[in-house]
Ligand binder design. Structure first.
Ligand SMILES: *Cc1c(COP(=O)(O)O)cnc(C)c1O
Length: 639
């Protein structure tokens, strides 16, 4: 700690650095002079910035409880513009002769509101949709209006799916079928003949190029989707034979999501563009090169090729792609195609923030220990006490090992009845006091001792928070994904506590103990001490992509309240949509309980209690009211 920190002269600038908000916030999030987190959809225009605490109080005044998933319409709008402008700018700079047409893959966040807003905000760029199933196609067609935008159909397609897509073509939509497996072509050709509609055909290929990262199994020879090169040639031959080569318009691949390394992106584009050029030489009209998703989000703000980061900017991504496509096609004199990307994660990640309050804190205090021990106390406890008293920076490692050793010995003795509960309690105090001393000494060390790596998390506070990891940030649990988490207030104050976060599912996996860091992964999160009676709010940021539909009902915590806000340029905001989260009755009905029957059954039980004289008739009324309230309540902790 430096002197300013010791004197408590903490500033919002220090919080900005500590929590890395400028690194991962993409200009949308910052900290106010009051020490509150601000959201600003217009990046540079500070007068439009709004405090999340003001939004929370607006939400609470309207009677909605935490946790709340907050969506910012403007951020979706802004990300779509950003992506389109970046591609358009790269194309202009490099004199690219084709165009960019983005599509939004519905699976990344299928909520009606999200898809509707994408189509609305995307219209001025002809930003389209990508669907991977019949249900998604049905959803897309209910919202799509723009006939210039692409509607890309991936996934396994049955007759119903194909018929619907062909009707869309007939109605003037730019609907393209991407062939994923060889057998699919037959049905497409058969149905198009039956309906008398010429299909737009694309092929998805397996590239030899593979990417590093978490979700990148979609690339490579063994990827489950896409055609290998001999299958591509078979398709070309079938189309030629049927005189339908003019239908072959698009080449597609998807390397996987969240590709952290720009080199992998570039090498895939080069390989795919070579295939594109060959298809043109085979006589296909082509016209669309669809590079799939993969554009990563810098969740930890480190700007590296770490799995939850990316070592490139969106602008670099765009210009590298355009350049790579041109480098191959110009040498063969092939017309520049429309470049399509299916960026989902980048489009929606920033859009949502999960807000919740802290319910309680458990601290692992540094217990006071006596100045000297009772003469008659057990030898092992004396030994542990000596370890505590003789601790220095030099023997820190040895002391740590010894403390663990004696603690285990003493616990064993207790089990065998050789020491009392009182003695055991004293020994635990000495042990934890020692661990605290070691953690303090360790800060003076210049080198890292691997054995002591986790010592901070061993004494970290547990902040119990009003949310469910499984419902709201499933990837944090399932694949250890990191999301930026920060307090929303008091950021001009030094956060004195180191904490891990526990949710309210009572599941030992319902916790967060890995946090973003520029160089590593932190095992604790610096937080402020709770003041008696004051609310303390945390936000989990960048949760707009993939989290909502993967969430589950673990311990019957249901959907959270969702509030959509529109931020105005003058620094005000309006709630444009409120969706109340699941009630207890809702989640119970998902698992086949019938709330009406439940009330009848419970009333019967209560009536029996009246008959037995355990409760009075008017108590029965009160009890039934409580039961009814319970059913109607929010599944989370209510005030
Ligand atoms: C999931 C998926 C995407 C979205 O990828 P992001 O990395 O989220 O942009 C795009 N295309 C296909 C085919 C997908 O399966």
């Amino acid at each position: 700690m430096n002197k300013a920190e010791l004197l408590g002269r903490w500033t919002k600038e220090k919080s900005e650095e500590l929590y890395g908000i400028k690194n991962w916030g993409a200009g949308y999030f910052s900290i106010s002079d009051k020490g509150e987190v601000l959201v600003n959809p217009y990046k540079d225009n500070d007068s439009a910035a709004i405090s999340l605490m003001d939004i929370i109080s607006g939400i609470r005044d309207r009677g909605l409880d935490m946790p709340v998933l907050l969506r910012f319409e403007n951020l979706l709008d802004s990300q779509i513009s950003f992506l389109n402008n970046s591609f358009n700018e790269a194309m202009r700079k490099l004199s690219y002769k084709g165009e960019y047409r983005g599509v939004y893959p519905i699976k990344v966040n299928q909520q009606q509101q999200v898809v509707e807003e994408v189509t609305k905000f995307g219209q001025r760029y002809h930003h389209g949709l990508e669907v991977g199933s019949k249900a998604e196609l049905v959803a897309a067609l209910s919202l799509m209006k723009d006939k210039e935008a692409c509607l890309i159909c991936n996934g396994y397609k049955d007759e119903e799916f194909i018929d619907l897509g062909l009707y869309a073509v007939k109605m003037g939509f730019k609907c393209l079928f991407v062939i994923e497996i060889p057998g699919e072509l037959d049905i497409v050709l058969e149905r198009s003949q039956a309906l008398g509609v010429k299909p737009n055909i694309g092929i998805r290929i397996k590239l030899a190029s593979k990417a590093g990262g978490h979700w990148t199994e979609s690339g490579g020879d063994r990827s489950i989707f896409g055609l290998n090169m001999s299958q591509v040639i078979e398709i070309v031959d079938i189309l030629k034979e049927k005189n339908m080569m003019d239908c072959l318009k698009l080449l597609h691949y998807h390397l996987g999501s969240q590709i952290p390394n720009i080199r992998d992106i570039r090498s895939a584009v080069l390989e795919a563009t070579r295939v594109y050029a060959e298809l043109v030489k085979e006589g296909a009209p082509m016209g669309y090169l669809d590079l799939g998703g993969g554009l990563a989000v810098d969740y930890d703000g480190s700007n590296t090729n770490y799995s939850y980061s990316r070592n490139y900017t969106v602008e670099e991504y765009c210009s590298d792609i355009v350049e790579a496509v041109m480098s191959i096609l110009d040498s063969s004199n092939i017309k520049h195609p429309v470049i399509v990307t299916e960026s989902g994660r980048t489009t929606v990640a920033y859009y949502s923030v999960l807000l919740f309050n802290v319910l309680d804190v458990e601290t692992f205090e540094e217990y006071e220990i006596p100045d000297q021990l009772d003469e008659n106390i057990s030898e092992q406890i004396k030994n542990l006490y000596d370890v505590n008293k003789n601790l220095t920076l030099k023997n820190i490692q040895e002391c740590y090992n010894d403390a663990l050793y004696y603690r285990d010995e003493i616990r064993d003795m207790f089990k065998h009845g050789r020491i009392s509960l009182r003695e055991r309690s004293l020994s635990e105090k000495i042990f934890w006091n020692t661990i605290h001393q070691i953690a303090k000494e360790k800060q003076k060390l210049k080198i890292a001792l691997p054995d002591l790596e986790d010592i901070e998390s061993a004494i970290a506070d547990i902040y119990y928070c009003n949310f469910s990891v499984f419902q709201s940030i499933p990837d944090s649990w399932a694949i250890d994904q990191l999301f930026p988490i920060i307090p929303l207030q008091r950021l001009q104050e030094l956060p004195k506590r180191n904490a891990v976060i526990a949710d309210i599912t009572c599941d030992c996996d319902g916790k967060i103990d890995r946090f973003i860091d520029l160089h590593d992964v932190r095992t604790t999160l610096p937080l402020h001490e709770m003041k008696n009676g004051d609310d303390y709010y945390l936000g989990v940021f960048l949760v707009g992509a993939y989290q909502e539909t993967l969430g589950d009902l673990h311990n019957l915590f249901g959907d959270t309240n969702v509030v959509s806000v529109r931020l105005n340029p003058d620094g005000t905001f309006e709630l444009v949509r409120e969706i109340h989260g699941d009630s207890v009755a809702d989640v119970l009905s998902y698992v086949e309980f019938e709330p009406k029957d439940m009330i009848v059954n419970f009333r019967k039980t209560a009536e029996e209690a009246v008959q037995e004289g355990l409760i009075s008739a008017s108590e029965r009324r009160e009890i039934m009211r409580a039961y009814d309230n319970g059913l109607r309540g929010y599944t989370y902790y209510e005030r």
